[in-house]
Design a protein. Sequence first.
Length: 345
Amino acid sequence: MKVWYALGSIIVLFFSILPQDCQSPTLQRGVSIDIARKYYSVDTLKKIIGTISQNNGDYLQLHFSDNQNYALTSRDMPHSEQSKLTKDDVKELLNYSNKHDVMIVPDIDFPSHAGALLAYLHTYNLKTYKSVVTDFDTNTLDYFDNPEALNLSKRYIKEVMDLFEQPRYAGKQRIVIGGDEVPGSYAHQSALIQYINRLAQTAHSKGYQPQIWNDSLTKKGITQLNSNISVLFWKQKDVDRSQQVSVEDLSRAGIQVFNYNAQTLYFLPSPKYSKEDIQKQQQYIKKHYVENRFNYSQEPHHLVSSTCIQGDGLSIWSEHAEGMSQQELLDQIQPLIKAYLKNIK
């Protein structure tokens, strides 16, 4: 086992220092939908795809893995009764989206935000649960050089990549592998980066570009990060600013960045919003959205000069969407997609 890890470390190091051209010839624009916390029907997702396509967007990102739900059917979770997309649903969505020139980006979140998966294991496979969960957070997989947790993570990622394979976008597909709000990430950065790099190897071996969220990274950590990973930059972590990673830091490291500004490009649908509220949000996006304005601590519209911006995305999160109908969701989301994509300079 020690020999395997030594060899793995060599592979990770080699893989992480491969050169990468940071210039992005064409920026990718799209929309991320949180389908873990709120069920979206296939028909609703098709209508969202249509709106993206009609306004010259490039992708739909499906955030299906979180503490509340793992919203895809999985061979490892046969007993789950929560609302999910079936394999046939995904196939139907892929066919529809690709015909409309929209790529689907799967979004799984490891090692944190794994609460639904871990809760399932706690019920149906307690032995595995005890071997893969951290001892300090029941929603987080153990990322401290734990081979069982790593292999479990890889197995789920492989299943997702097989399910979302899109031959039309061969060599261009992306998968979000996590890194968001990881407990202990600053104090244990090396362990987290090693875990992320190994997941990235798995994604890259299948022709996917791996992506992670920015907030758990430190300045030292990105020097060890696999350079084939791109980063979704939503906001800086509001602790220990001396370690906060900036877009400039990522650019100097040759790491591609997507702008997911949590101030300008985040929206949480809610039954409390009126048509006038949505119109105000449209105006806010039109006023403040620029591809190189990032959400920094105390400066949500920080202007960045970088050639490493690969794209951006409007994120729709579902924490407040309980009780909303599919049409109510569309009535709030579609106008914002149009405001965002039509605002592209």
